[in-house]
Design a protein around this ligand. Structure first.
Ligand code: RUB
Length: 329
């Protein structure tokens, strides 16, 4: 099956990181699914669902770490499969797919706005904040607090190798927040000036660990050492149900050329380059997770996941469980 041009452009944009950040990745993938549903010329339900499932598999391969992506796709496919089983018409199932996709996309807007409101209450006048990479959830919190009249300043790490920190610095400076851009390696040097660390999330696991941009765990370690609180901002669709049954979140490893170009590497001889894009911060180093449903301690992640489980079929979980057991054999 070939994806409609608009949908395959979205997939390519996610793969090449023109579209990036867990929220935007999920939102765009679901939008691609919506386009497939709208444009499908399938003549029967079985072909229609097979087309959607094939597009879903394709989109899932674009970037492996942001759990928001499979959760978004699952949100749509679960409703589509439910309709299929109840024997509705082709047009009804198409409408279901388009509507479910829109509901997910709208959720991403309301969630980030809620997180902004809830998180802003944690920022005080005079605070010095530190953030890493570029998270729309974190920016929503800072922007809301600033617009409410709270005065604070922010240290932003540049976030090598792709410098997403510059995007954050520009966005915050653009609304008037005093921003200092620092090297990733300088976080411990500046930590004694910082009151709170605020980062986004690509995934939250069942035990409350945070998967986010590479360097987040070192940042959290430095904060822990200096007794500085670490807040993570994560919409509930970033919580990983698979981790409840022992699956690990896959950490994407990107091309070494992001770290060093091949012509700079060549004179170094037999040097290997590794470029993991994310790392895992243990729950002990995170004070709070700010979700659209409220603030939870990391160990409250299970409660959020129990809610999400409402939209996962037992068969889907069983499938993961069987896979896990087979891998252990
Ligand atoms: C982005 C990143 C962000 C999270 C959360 O990594 O790690 O902190 O995705 O972002 P990349 P948001 O640039 O590799 O996608 O809050 O916007 O979902």
């Amino acid at each position: 099956m070939t994806l409609p041009a608009q949908a395959s452009k979205i997939a390519e944009d996610i793969r090449s990181m023109r579209v990036r950040g867990a929220r935007l990745i999920a939102r765009s993938a679901v939008e691609a699914l919506q386009i497939v549903a709208r444009n499908s010329s399938a003549g029967d339900i079985t072909t229609f669902v097979a087309e959607l499932a094939s597009a879903a598999r394709f989109l899932l391969q674009t970037r492996p770490t942001a759990v928001s992506l499979p959760n978004g796709i699952r949100f749509v496919m679960h409703r589509v499969n439910r309709d299929k089983e109840s024997g509705v018409s082709l047009e009804t199932i198409r409408a279901t797919a388009v509507k479910a996709a829109q509901e997910f996309i709208d959720n991403t807007d309301t969630a980030i706005q809620r997180i902004g409101e809830i998180g802003a209450r944690r920022i005080r006048d005079g605070d010095v904040l530190l953030t890493h990479c570029n998270s729309s959830a974190v920016i929503s919190i800072m922007k809301t607090a600033w617009n409410q009249g709270t005065k604070f300043e922010v240290y932003v790490t540049e976030t090598r190798p792709r410098f997403q920190g510059r995007i954050t610095a520009k966005a915050l400076a653009g609304i008037g927040i005093p921003v200092t851009l620092i090297l990733d390696d300088a976080v411990r040097y500046f930590m004694h000036d910082v009151d709170k660390v605020l980062v986004g999330a690509d995934a939250v696991t069942a035990n409350g660990a945070l998967v986010n941009k590479i360097g987040t765990s070192l940042l959290a370690l430095a904060a822990h050492e200096a007794n500085v609180r670490v807040f993570a901002a994560a919409e509930t669709y970033k919580f990983s149900p698979e981790t409840m049954i022992g699956e690990l979140v896959t950490v994407e490893e990107r091309d070494p050329s992001e770290v060093i170009s091949s012509h700079e590497l060549r004179p170094l001889g037999a040097v290997r380059v590794r470029n993991p894009s994310f790392d895992v911060t243990p729950p002990e180093f995170i004070d709070l997770i700010i979700t659209e449903q409220g603030i939870i301690p990391p160990l409250g992640a299970m409660l959020i996941l129990e809610d999400i489980l409402g939209v996962i079929t037992p068969e889907e979980l069983q499938e993961y469980q069987t896979k896990t057991l087979q891998e252990q054999d």
